[in-house]
Write a protein that binds this ligand. Structure first.
Ligand code: PHE
Length: 375
């Protein structure tokens, strides 16, 4: 092939490249020129058959052509790719400023009770407590007897306690009236049937555990519902004393109500399962028709507590000569009402989505579990 012919071939291929409309066209040109059976490859193959003198002249020309065409193909390919991308961007463009023509997707709310359980759990977890749960349907033994209730205690009677019909063994189970039976479960590691999920880890003294859950009493008015929530606390060790009890509760109340200093009042009281027993009031301000915790000169009863009764430790399988500890029980719904200014407890359990929309929490609104009042 003469130099002239090479020039022609070059022009021919360049025209093809210039006219290529898309990536597929270019690929085809690459195959027809540089591929195994391509026109340039055919010229390169001829070099081998030439005399050294001929090759000296033809070699650089054909190799030059190969390099030139390779570069042109690459460049055209780049251009075509950019063009294709641009066209796609134009075609697939979305106007994000357009208003939605559908109603925004409805999102659920976290119920104030769940929110408050999360807050309580976070605060006590920080103090080294673990979290356990017990069943709502409880035995009379764990709800009362093991907790040192005398057999004639009025709380056992029908008007306070929801009893279930007796089973084949004649046992009458009940809906637990408080979370205190979980104290015994925690001490004894009692695992109900196959469901052992009420205890998250094996518990041996030192025991530090909180036990939130549903509780039931036959009662209904603005501040009482037949089903309500409590969180039980239990600490058992060799030297846990009433000073620790007070510190733990004050620390909790300050964190929960987000106040730096809270005054508390420990009043003597009675529970069969603690000795001594106390009720705790927090400082509050009822002036101006509101209720502010952590300021003012009024008091509000907020929880029951005491040192675990030796009989209860014994029923929990622990030797009261070696171990001692304290327990407390707090009404969760009441804490939620106080912290978030909700007046009627009954509305908590009406399942009215409008109520929940107003008082509930958005999962993503809460920067931390302590988001609470500030969020
Ligand atoms: N169980 C008690 C109640 O329901 C509260 C409580 C718990 C008191 C633990 C003392 C210790 O009222």
């Amino acid at each position: 092939m003469t130099e002239l012919n090479i020039k022609k071939l070059e022009e021919q291929i360049i025209t093809q490249i210039n006219e290529a409309q898309n990536i597929a066209d270019i690929e085809q040109i690459r195959v027809s020129s540089l591929g195994k059976k391509g026109s340039i490859s055919a010229q390169l193959a001829k070099l081998g058959k030439m005399s050294p003198d001929e090759r000296k002249i033809a070699g650089p020309i054909i190799n030059g052509l190969k390099q030139k065409i390779t570069a042109l193909i690459e460049q055209k390919l780049k251009e075509l790719k950019a063009k294709e991308l641009e066209e796609r961007l134009k075609k697939e463009w979305v106007d994000i400023s357009l208003p939605l023509n559908e109603a925004p997707i409805a999102s659920g709310r976290i119920h104030p009770v769940s929110q408050v359980i999360d807050e309580i759990s976070a605060i006590f977890s920080d103090m080294g407590f673990s979290i356990a749960e017990g069943p709502d349907i409880e035995t009379d033994y764990l709800n009362f007897t093991a907790l040192n209730f005398p057999s004639d205690h009025p709380a056992r009677e029908m008007h306070d306690t929801f009893f279930l019909p007796p089973n084949e063994k004649g046992e009458k189970k009940l809906l637990r009236t408080h979370t205190s039976p979980v104290q015994i479960r925690a001490m004894k590691k009692i695992e109900e049937e196959a469901k052992a999920d009420w205890v998250t880890e094996p518990i041996e003294p030192p025991i530090r555990v909180i036990m939130p859950g549903r509780t039931y009493r036959c009662d209904s008015d603005q501040t009482h519902t037949p089903m309500f929530h409590q969180v039980e606390g239990l600490v058992v060790d060799k030297s846990s004393h009433i000073g620790h009890l007070r510190w733990v509760l004050e620390e909790f109340l300050q964190s929960f109500f987000e106040v730096d200093n809270i005054k508390t009042r420990f009043r003597p009281s009675f529970f069969p399962f603690t000795e001594p027993s106390m009720e705790v009031d927090v400082q509050c301000d009822r002036s101006e028709g509101g209720m502010k915790i952590g300021q003012g000169t009024d008091w509000l009863e907020i929880l029951g507590c005491g040192m675990v009764h030796p009989n209860v430790l014994r029923n929990g399988g622990l030797d009261p000569e070696i171990y001692q500890g304290f327990a407390f029980g707090i009404g969760i719904d009441r804490l939620a009402m106080l912290k978030y200014g909700i007046a009627d407890l009954r509305a908590f359990f009406d399942a009215d989505v409008r109520w929940l929309d107003h008082y509930g929490f958005r999962p993503l609104d809460i920067p931390t579990l302590f988001g609470g009042l500030s969020s």
